[in-house]
Design a protein around this ligand. Structure first.
Ligand SMILES: Nc1nc2c(ncn2[C@@H]2O[C@H](COP(=O)(O)OP(=O)(O)OP(=O)(O)O)[C@@H](O)[C@H]2O)c(=O)[nH]1
Ligand SMILES: [Mg+2]
Length: 387
């Protein structure tokens, strides 16, 4: 599917940048338009792939290009005051080119946390296309202020988008590294999961390959619906590529590699199980899903309808939901089979409840925490954070 992507705040901008890189190296064509919005001039200047004219600095009269300092109220104010400038950058696109908008933001800070829900509300009023959010939750150890900001923003954002796709930094953080390196890996995870989902709906990218059951943009849109929270599961496995498979057959081994349909079926069902029961972008109770979508991609020889059908039945049972869509996505040059599972309209999300609890606690000693997080920030600067 083709998207107008808007990165709000630093995390949003960086993820947008990675999406642009992903899109241009793979030729997926999922980005119809890209706009980065921030209150911090330096963050906007640090982007590599977003066209200069699509970088919008807001709130200059309020924060003088220095960011909203983890205060969502400031982020919100800047967004409201300068919405016209954001709109001008979005207007560069002709809306007939895109299937949907997606606004991406880290919800723990000030700019994205406060601004993204305001922009969502604005776009919903102006366009008929669906408006989605990609909301990044802070890690637990970022502390009370970040978790409080995120709890509030998550709720507002969810109220103002057609669907809020959740991604929890806490579940994906890699220990031991500096913050910057950690985010590089996490951002790759974000882009590969959601990029694979959106490119499945961009049928042009398939070229001559014909999928047995194609998932187009409208099926993704129907799965996401008009309200709710979504979590995405992913699992992949390397397979022998076609050439090697042929070589093996030539040598007389016909039960190796990809030839066996039973192997392909089993591989698909096991990947879908792993994707669903493994690490989700936002941990949730799988049986609280309202609608689901299952996508299997990989070399054509490794994909079969039987496997996809079996996996779909399993997913129906496991999610206890009646609305499960499924499709395949043949990628001739790919050397791995991947399963993407979209769990839409999930209602039982423990991490959100936990954030709300942390928010209440943080509320009680907010001043103390502010001082503490300023101290942490000073320390961070001292250690030379380069992101
Ligand atoms: N996944 C990911 N999360 C990030 C990244 N950078 C920051 N975050 C998360 O996003 C939250 C908000 O940080 P920023 O995006 O820097 O905040 P902002 O929206 O620019 O707001 P202010 O800086 O307060 O004006 C943080 O609490 C982190 O959890 C990133 O590159 N990737
Ligand atoms: Mg910032």
């Amino acid at each position: 599917m083709k998207l107008a992507m808007i990165g709000f705040g630093q995390a949003g901008g960086k993820i947008l940048d990675r999406f642009l890189e992903y899109d241009s190296t793979r030729g997926t064509g999922i980005i119809g338009h890209a706009v980065a919005v921030n209150t911090a001039k330096a963050d906007l200047m640090g982007l590599d792939f977003v066209p200069d004219e699509n970088r919008v600095l807001i709130g200059q009269s309020v924060v003088k290009g220095h960011g909203a300092g983890t205060e969502p109220e400031l982020g919100e104010r800047c967004a409201r005051e300068d919405m016209e400038e954001v709109q001008t950058a979005i207007d560069q696109m002709t809306s007939s080119e895109i299937d949907a908008f997606i606004i991406m933001a880290g919800l723990g800070g000030g700019t994205g946390s406060g601004g993204a829900p305001v922009l969502a509300e604005h776009l919903q009023r102006l366009y008929v296309e669906p408006v989605y959010g990609l909301g990044i939750l802070p890690a637990r150890d970022e502390g009370g202020i970040y978790n409080r900001n995120a709890a509030r923003s998550f709720q507002k954002f969810a109220e103002n988008v057609d669907n809020l796709l959740g991604f929890d930094n806490d579940a994906f953080k890699t220990g031991g590294e500096s913050l910057g390196e950690g985010y590089t890996e996490i951002n790759e995870e974000i882009v590969s999961r959601f990029g694979a989902l959106f490119s499945a709906g961009e049928v042009e990218a398939l070229g001559d390959q014909v999928a047995e059951s194609v998932v187009d943009a409208s099926e993704i849109i129907n799965t996401l619906g008009e309200h709710g929270i979504t979590s995405v599961g992913y699992a992949s496995e390397e397979v022998e590529n076609e050439e090697k498979g042929l070589l093996d057959r030539f040598r007389g081994g016909n039960d190796s590699g990809l030839d066996d349909a039973g192997d392909a079926t089993n591989r698909i069902t096991s990947l879908v199980r792993r994707a669903t029961l493994g690490k989700l972008t936002l941990q949730c109770e799988v049986d609280s899903t309202e609608r689901a979508l299952l996508l299997v991609s990989g070399p054509p020889e490794a994909i079969n309808r039987k496997g996809v059908d079996k996996a779909r039945k399993w997913l129906e049972n496991t999610t206890q939901c009646m609305e499960v869509r499924a499709g395949d996505y043949p990628l001739p040059n790919e050397d791995k089979v991947a399963a993407i599972v979209v769990l839409s309209g999930v209602t039982d999300v423990p991490r959100v409840k936990e954030m709300q609890r942390m928010a209440i606690e943080a509320e009680e000693n907010v001043e103390q925490l502010r001082a503490q997080s300023k101290e942490d920030l000073d320390k961070l600067i001292e250690y030379g954070d380069d992101e």
